[in-house]
Design a protein around this ligand. Structure first.
Ligand code: SAH
Length: 253
């Protein structure tokens, strides 16, 4: 069973006990990469006490300054969330997340992202993620302790990956696009839309969020992203070269 490609990412965690309990939950399920984004507490005695011997996870954890930095090499980034969002994001069940991870056969990095104890993930952080997953609960009391949520997700993955027959990696997986490459595409797209005045920098609305949601849903390959960036570059070249190009100036028509 290969679970080495899975990163458990905790964002802005405030209580060291939750980091320790998360380490324990992960070690129970053979998942070992813990990444802390801007932890708001020391990883000391309290964390080690709650880890109950899962010291190896705490000793080898990685820290990152932002969620984007933490997930840059991942081809699948899944946000866990206890609540509905104003702009609904594509959602998977815990079982489907585990299935997607199992299908990758340990060949590509994936990240499961967990939010702050009091406020979860920000909308900006959510937009970096391809999907959200909600653990079904009592609708009147839906917020799990963050380490409990990590336990549930790690168990789902452990169970599913353990039962998955070894298969060959598919072509799509071989050239899957990483989060860093996708973010480069989003920056490029935004820049070109500002240049062509499709996007009003002063009044952007939800355009970029909607486009992010669309492109995340497509699960594009590296090749496909390269084609889209090539098209964007051709628009930039056209705009720079031809002063009478449509959209350059309303007055010239
Ligand atoms: N009040 C916060 C809840 C945070 S709970 C909010 O409004 O989002 C801390 C973290 O635990 C969440 O960000 C999420 O990562 C995880 N979590 C808690 N309950 C969950 C659930 N039912 N499904 C999925 N993740 C959950």
């Amino acid at each position: 069973m290969n679970l080495e490609n899975i990163d458990i990412v905790m964002v802005g965690t405030t209580h060291p006990g939750n980091i320790g309990a998360a380490a324990r939950a992960m070690h129970n399920m053979c998942i070992s990469n813990l990444v802390l984004v801007n932890p708001q507490c020391p990883i000391g005695e309290i964390a080690y006490a709650r880890a109950s011997g899962a010291n190896v996870i705490l000793d080898s954890l990685r820290k990152a300054g932002s969620l984007q930095e933490a997930v840059q090499d991942s081809i699948l980034v899944v946000a866990t969330s206890a609540r509905d969002r104003s702009l609904p994001w594509p959602e998977l069940s815990p079982g489907l997340v585990a299935k997607k991870i199992a299908e990758l056969n340990g060949q590509s990095r994936v990240a499961l992202v967990f939010g702050r104890e009091h406020s979860g993930l920000t909308n900006e952080e959510l937009q970096i993620c391809h999907y959200t997953v909600n653990i079904p609960t009592n609708p009147d009391f839906s917020s799990l302790n963050v380490a409990s949520a990590i336990q549930v997700m790690c168990y789902e993955i452990f169970k599913t990956v353990g039962n998955q027959p070894e298969t060959r990696q598919t072509e799509i997986q071989e050239c899957a696009v990483t989060s860093q490459q996708l973010e480069g595409f989003f920056r490029h797209l935004e820049q070109v839309m500002i240049t062509t005045e499709f996007l009003d920098r002063e009044n952007p609305g939800l355009l970029m969020q909607r486009l992010r949601r669309l492109y995340h849903r497509l699960e594009m390959s590296k090749n496909e992203v390269d084609i889209l960036r090539g098209i964007l570059s051709s628009v930039e070249k056209y705009k720079n070269q031809d002063p009478s190009s449509p959209g350059d100036s309303e007055d010239s028509r």
